[in-house]
Design a protein around this ligand. Structure first.
Ligand code: UT7
Length: 336
């Protein structure tokens, strides 16, 4: 039976580490507030001369090497980001040029913190359908250039960081459904009624005569807006629900899963999901303490870290879930 499996992982974070005390110099905040409310201690910020696709390229090169293939074997790229190089074209185009891989199809997708799960679902479908053998998925974010770093933006700017993760999804023939490595299933959801609860209005065509103007900048509409408590409550509820949905679709029990990778926005969100689902803490891999929220990069970045630390190994059954702006949420189960 033709299915798809993850054959390589890579990640990259820019070298500059920004600690909570560094943010105290930019805005009225404190290490104590950030640590207590979110668990975040540090995040990485890219330098001025680096763009999103530079981060994506570093992660992609590692993932391709890790998959044991040549870059020429990649036949599609799916690039998940909300902080791209340009407003258009998609950042995947810039990555493709840097990789010198002409003619293959590229998608940019904008599903916020759920971007990686959506990309995984797309890659799985394209591989299963038969025409594609090795699809590169990139989740990359350069959020530090999009934040209001004054006190006005502190509820959001302390949360986000820069980084990239990439995986290669390859075709596989499975004979043993219980033990072979492959993507079991993916589950995707959106509720656009909450679109304005976590968004960045400008540049945009819904706001008047020009998609970008001094008026929009003066109103601060080029910075993200978030209703933190609404997002928090829905994140806990929906990530919990979608993990249950994913297990049930595959007739699996919680204890069958070796490792869980949740989106990393706030340690309190993941603790609440873990508690509700009664998952032992050692099975949940968190990175929010050191990277903050890296949106679409979060899950592949975390998985590669776990692999490097020897906690994520071949043969393991993995469940992953994410929640983000849109609202979007989703989950996946795969054996590595
Ligand atoms: O991936 C999806 C993306 N986002 C999320 O999942 C985030 C979900 N939401 C959250 O994680 C939390 O709601 C936050 C961490 C954003 C906020 O935590 P909270 O416990 O909901 O705090 P709050 O918004 O109720 O703010 C409490 C106080 C406010 O002051 P007053 O009005 O009580 O005087 C804020 O002005 O904390 C203040 N505050 C800050 N103080 C110091 C907000 N941000 C900061 C800050 N430093 N950075």
């Amino acid at each position: 039976m033709r299915r798809s499996k993850i054959t390589g992982m890579g990640s990259y974070v820019p070298p500059r580490v920004v600690a909570n005390i560094d943010l105290e110099k930019l805005m009225d905040t404190s290490d104590e507030w950030i640590t207590q409310r979110t668990g975040i201690k540090t995040r990485h910020w890219a330098s001025d001369d680096v763009g999103n696709s530079d981060l994506g390229l570093e992660a992609s090169n590692i993932a391709i090497e890790n998959a044991g293939i040549k870059k020429e074997d990649i036949d599609m790229i799916i690039y998940a980001t909300i902080s791209g190089d340009y407003d258009f074209p998609g950042t995947g185009c810039f990555l493709q040029a840097k990789m010198e891989l002409p003619d293959i199809p590229i998608f940019d997708i904008k599903q916020q913190c759920t971007g990686f799960i959506y990309a995984l679902s797309m890659a799985d479908m394209y591989v299963r359908q038969g025409d594609f053998k090795n699809i590169l998925i990139v989740g990359a974010e350069l959020q530090s250039k999009a934040l209001d770093k004054s006190t006005k933006g502190r509820d959001i700017s302390v949360l986000f960081g820069d980084g990239a993760g990439a995986v290669v999804v390859s075709a596989t023939d499975i004979n043993d459904e219980k033990n072979d490595p492959y993507i079991y299933s993916t589950h995707l959801h959106t509720n656009g009624q909450f679109a304005d609860k976590l968004c960045c209005p400008a540049p945009g065509t819904a706001l008047g005569p020009e998609r970008m103007s001094q008026t929009l900048i003066d109103k601060g509409l080029h910075f993200p807006v978030m209703h933190g408590k609404v997002v928090f409550v829905h994140a806990v509820k929906k990530m919990t629900e979608t993990i249950c949905e994913c297990l049930s679709a595959n007739n699996l029990k919680m204890e069958d899963i070796d490792m869980f990778f949740f989106h990393q926005a706030n340690m309190r969100i993941n603790d609440a999901v873990g508690e509700k689902l009664e998952i032992p803490a050692e099975k949940i891999f968190n990175t929010v303490q050191k990277y903050g929220n890296t949106t679409a990069a979060t899950i592949p970045l975390g998985m590669h870290d776990a692999m490097k630390e020897g906690k994520l190994k071949e043969g393991m059954l993995v469940a992953t879930a994410a929640f983000g702006g849109g609202f979007t949420w989703g989950s996946a189960i795969f054996r590595l």
